[in-house]
Ligand binder design. Structure first.
Ligand SMILES: Nc1ncnc2c1ncn2[C@@H]1O[C@H](COP(=O)(O)OP(=O)(O)O)[C@@H](O)[C@H]1O
Ligand SMILES: [Mg+2]
Length: 241
């Protein structure tokens, strides 16, 4: 199992108000699985991804990445795990504007005290950004920025990709393009993908779909025939670090 949430709840306090963002959520994501997540705005989708990636902690319940419970890790261990085992893709890219595309992509490695120019080159080629490696993010189109962010999410060969509405800020053709890059790279690298999306076409490509409403999870087969968990394939593996 790549990701497991057991009875996870999360509340936020706003003044005297308490918002239940997640209410007793249990889910498992297997190796190579592509899980779609849909639900109205405010239903807890981003909160779920943040908890899954150790960016925030639940009030109740347990989160496991691989066989390790996040609550048992130190802050440093959690940060290391995020850089090595999890790739995040956000709606607004979150690229660092003063770093080149190649430097942004290499960041998970450099923050970990490493570097791997060959891995950066390879992943940039795979997302079609070789000719933009030395550009600053501000010189890219939205679709190119998201492809750079995907390259950054993949460079450390994580086992789990968490993508929060990655096409939400792109026009539909560019979004479809970016989604192709994300799903094919994830499939090739054998990683699992949890994709939060408002896009019905994107959700239909998932192996299965989770619905969140008021912090509660219900599961429903995707429109496409669910294929279930697949064994990781390594047809075009990223270079080992
Ligand atoms: N840091 C926070 N402080 C207070 N409330 C929050 C915070 N993060 C999320 N919430 C609230 O929790 C609920 C779920 O939010 P979120 O997970 O962002 O939903 P979604 O991503 O599905 O739109 C919403 O009511 C939101 O306002
Ligand atoms: Mg959100």
């Amino acid at each position: 199992m790549v990701l497991r949430l057991e009875g996870v709840s999360k509340r936020f306090h706003r003044g005297h108000e308490t918002v239940v963002a997640l209410d007793d959520v249990t889910l498992e994501v297997g190796p190579g699985e592509f899980v779609g997540m849909i639900g109205p705005s405010g239903s807890g989708k981003s909160t779920l991804l943040h908890l899954a990636g150790g960016l925030d902690q639940p009030d109740a319940g347990k989160v496991f990445v691989g066989d390790r419970e996040l609550a048992g890790m130190s802050i440093g261990e959690r940060a290391r795990m995020r850089r090595r085992e999890i790739g995040f893709v956000f709606q607004f890219f979150h690229l660092i504007p003063t770093l080149t595309v190649a430097e942004n992509v290499e960041l998970p490695l450099t923050l970990d005290g490493g570097s791997d120019a060959a891995a950066v080159r390879e992943v940039l080629e795979r997302v079609g950004l070789t000719d933009r490696a030395d550009h600053l993010p501000g010189e890219l189109s939205g679709g190119q920025m998201q492809r750079a962010a995907i390259a950054r999410a993949l460079v450390a060969r994580p086992t789990l990709i968490l993508a929060d509405e990655p096409t939400g800020n792109l026009d539909s053709a560019t979004g479809a393009d970016v989604l192709d890059v994300l799903t094919s790279q994830v499939a090739d690298a054998g990683a699992s993908l949890v994709l939060v999306t408002h896009d019905a076409n994107a959700a239909a490509r998932a192996h299965r779909c989770l619905h969140l409403k008021d912090g509660k999870l219900t599961e429903q087969a995707a429109a496409a025939a669910p294929r279930g968990a697949r064994r990781p394939r390594r047809t075009t593996p990223l270079k080992a670090r």
